[in-house]
Design a protein. Structure first.
Ligand code: ATP
Ligand code: FE2
Length: 337
């Protein structure tokens, strides 16, 4: 295959966001356009998200092409997120990607979304071999590259950290995504209320913490003896201390000399501060994925597609089926071996 322009179109479609990134093989991002589903109330309803993505997908692709000042015929490679995520949403990305690949007669790469969060962080932060804390609405994973894979050293046993914060936010009337607003509330308080801190071995459990925080805002003492600012602060302090403890232990276990913080929750300044603190204690380098690329985005999918393509080529169409539950430690990483 003669790749004329070395341009990849990456499609992110695992949950709330339909995103298209156009990235050169060198890693230069030419354009990135996001279309995020924001529920009027409640959580993310897959049927409503699907409707939005189906209505807008071509418009977003065209906007990304326009922003990059290229025509679709100049694209050499299609990459899309095949896992993990919500089945009906993953399917839209897979169908559009397969259609474009066949229509244009160009290769396709099926990408694991979690690995893409790590790879974009590694690339943009110029970090070689980090221990990674990947924290988002759907995932809470401490991982590092070992024996050809991104091995998982610690993870949540129940709800993910972003989901914990978003659910708490919803309970107090803050619309999705609640993360940035809970962070702003927490900044206004130094008062710590006791909440359950649950670390089991290297894994974390946030569901008891969620229930306890909910009880605090339903209590007769709420807005009497303590405020929403205090509960938000206590929730963050407890959850982030748990994440920091597991990250620190994984650092000692793996002996890595760099830490990367990635995923949507990586935007949180208090979490960054806590991880930075342990990095200093252990004299290791600490990097946070640039904010624009912390959440779900098509550029990270394109870049991971490029890494795979440059190393072993594209996927056969039979390998492009979606896999809503795929774990990232199931996947071999040819570009790092
Ligand atoms: P994944 O599929 O990787 O689990 P996701 O669908 O949750 O990703 P992301 O965009 O990676 O999407 O992450 C979104 C999450 O990040 C939401 O839970 C949101 O509340 C959280 N978030 C965003 N900014 C902040 C912040 N400043 N503090 C805490 N959480 C934040
Ligand atoms: Fe994500």
């Amino acid at each position: 295959m003669n790749l004329k322009n070395n341009l990849t179109l990456g499609i992110e479609s695992t949950a709330h966001t339909w995103s298209v990134g156009i990235v050169e093989f060198s890693g230069k991002v030419l354009s990135l356009v996001n279309d995020m589903f924001i529920p009027e109330k409640g959580g993310i309803h897959p049927i409503l998200v699907k409707e939005q993505h189906l209505s807008n997908f071509m418009q977003i692709i065209n906007k990304a092409l326009d922003d990059a000042s290229i025509s679709i015929k100049e694209i050499d490679l299609i990459a899309f997120s095949k896992s993990p995520g919500l089945g009906p949403i993953l399917k839209i990305g897979a169908h559009v990607a397969r259609m474009l690949s066949q229509l244009l007669g160009i290769p396709i790469v099926a990408v694991n979304h979690c690995i893409a969060h790590i790879e974009i962080g590694r690339f943009l932060s110029k970090i070689e071999d980090p221990l990674t804390l990947y924290v988002s609405g759907g995932n809470t994973i401490v991982s590092a590259y070992e024996s050809g894979r991104y091995q998982i050293f610690g993870e949540t046993l129940d709800i993910p950290i972003g989901n914990l914060i978003d659910s708490f936010a919803r309970d107090v009337g803050i619309p999705h995504p609640g993360g940035p607003k809970v962070e702003a509330l927490a900044r206004e308080s130094d008062n710590y209320l006791h909440l359950p801190y649950v670390v089991k071995g290297m894994d974390l459990s946030f569901s008891g913490l969620y229930s306890a925080a909910k009880r605090l805002i339903e209590s007769k003492d709420y807005e009497n003896k303590y405020t929403l600012y205090d509960v938000a602060n206590s929730l963050q302090e407890t959850a982030f201390a748990m994440l920091t403890e597991v990250t620190e232990r994984a650092l000692a276990h793996t002996g890595k000399s760099e830490i990367l913080l990635t995923g949507g929750v990586a935007a949180n300044k208090r979490l960054q501060e806590m991880i930075k603190y342990i990095s200093r204690e252990h004299a290791v380098r600490f990097e946070v994925v640039p904010l624009k690329y912390a959440g779900d985005n098509g550029a990270m999918i394109a870049w991971t597609g490029i890494l795979r393509y440059k190393s072993i080529g594209g996927n056969n169409i039979s390998e492009t089926q979606i896999n809503p539950k795929e774990r990232m430690d199931q996947i071999t990483i040819p570009w790092r071996s």
